[in-house]
Design a protein around this ligand. Structure first.
Ligand code: HAM
Length: 386
């Protein structure tokens, strides 16, 4: 028997669409419009944006050479493709803000475990052209609105990674500290000192964590502007009643971020607790060959929140069934008419009244309309509210 690949799942859960509908409506209320980008992109796109030293690019890409000899991969995340599209359609030249939402499958060749899949779905948004920190507040508020609407409890963690002015100075300080402790760091962190020292901060190895708790922190080394924006971010979230924690080690697993980074985590879903992540990426458009344009966005992991979504038990729609073959045509036509205004299920099998009522109840319909001999004669239904 052929089975689905490891880490890939069939989805039949109605909560999947509920999340989609809820997130879409909220994003559109915030003024965002839909974008769909290809699942397959040139590998170079992710190498340049997500970063060559990141685990995603280094270890987790579904990468292959296609029949035309192109080095391609299944997208591991959505931001890079949307940025590519933004530049390709010359929105960077127009310099008018653009705001997109998207929903679709992402692929990472990770070790599957609870909450960690190889094919998973993200709902994401990307906002281009708005450098104001109030835009960061706005998108965090949007993610919070989505979780609130779905009845999901979360903890919001925020941090700032500084900008092109303060980050390099901080990085030097951090490298100095790391070199002092090089011998005691794990192999990965030793490599990170030269490749991407910031990523040592969220190393999961206990012995590294013990050393790194004394490392200099970026939020204590921000330039005046970044510091001011970080304060405004905190005040802005308080103003909207959104609770947060500052996590000075929140550097995120993708290299394109500067200034604001954030993650929503849930305590109810086990070790893979991040349910959404995002931040600002003011240099990414330029880095991918576009005109410098600030950007900020986030993505929610759909499978991670699926089991947290409360399902409604409310009954919906009408169940139509017949007790004799001759009634099928009449009932089917009535079903078509009623369907103009309502959800209507038409049962093509002839059954007893009892069997129909049982099926309607099980199907969670709010009403059953059944045609027996008498009803067919009078062109009516036997109706029962459930
Ligand atoms: P990310 O933090 O890599 O960010 O992914 C966002 C969310 O996708 C995570 O918080 C998690 O819920 C979900 N996720 C990630 N990997 C897996 C997996 N293997 N299995 C199940 N769920 C997973 C990004 O992808 C950025 N593009 C977000 C962004 C948009 N930043 C700016 N704009």
């Amino acid at each position: 028997m052929i089975k689905a690949l490891r880490g890939m799942k069939d989805i039949e859960d109605p909560r999947f669409l509920k999340i989609f509908d809820t997130a879409r409506e909220i994003a559109e209320n915030y003024g965002y419009s839909y974008i769909e980008t290809p699942v397959l992109e040139e590998t170079a796109l992710f190498k340049r944006s997500v970063g060559e030293s990141s685990d995603i690019v280094n270890k987790e890409m579904y990468q292959f050479t296609d029949k035309g000899g192109n080095d391609v991969c299944l997208r591991p995340e959505g931001t890079a493709g949307v940025v590519r599209s933004f530049i390709e359609h010359k929105y960077d030249k127009a310099q008018t803000p653009k705001r997109f939402w998207y929903f679709g499958p992402m692929f990472r060749y990770e070790r599957p475990q609870k909450g960690r899949l190889r094919e998973f779905h993200q709902f994401g948004i990307e906002s281009f052209g708005e450098p104001s920190i109030y835009e960061d507040i706005n998108i965090i508020a949007m993610a919070a609105d989505i979780f609130d609407a779905l009845g999901i409890e979360y903890t919001l963690k925020i941090n700032s990674l500084g900008c092109g002015e303060c980050m390099p100075k901080y990085r030097e300080k951090l490298v100095e500290f790391l070199n002092l402790h090089k011998e005691d760091l794990c192999e990965d962190c030793q490599r990170r000192i030269t490749q991407n020292p910031i990523r040592t901060l969220d190393c999961k190895v206990d012995s590294c964590q013990a050393i790194l708790k004394d490392a200099p922190k970026i939020t204590d080394n921000l330039c005046e502007n970044c510091q001011k924006d970080f304060e405004t971010l905190k005040k802005g979230l308080e103003n909207l009643g959104i609770k947060y924690e500052v996590d000075k080690n929140l550097v995120r697993g993708l290299d394109y971020y500067s200034k604001t980074t954030f993650e929503f985590v849930s305590t109810e879903i086990g070790a893979q607790s991040a349910i959404a992540g995002g931040g600002r990426y003011d240099r990414l458009v330029e880095y991918l060959g576009g005109k410098p344009t600030p950007g900020v966005g986030f993505a929610i992991g759909i499978e991670r929140i699926m089991e947290l979504v409360k399902t409604e038990k409310t009954r919906k729609g009408i169940y139509i069934g017949v007790m004799l073959e001759d009634a099928l045509e009449f009932a089917q036509k009535e079903a078509k008419n009623l369907r103009k205004n309502e959800k209507v299920y038409f049962e093509p099998k002839v059954k007893s009244l009892k069997a129909h009522l049982k099926a309607a109840d099980k199907g969670n319909y709010k009403k059953a309309m059944i045609v027996g001999e008498e009803e067919l004669k009078n062109k009516t239904f036997f109706e029962k509210e459930l």
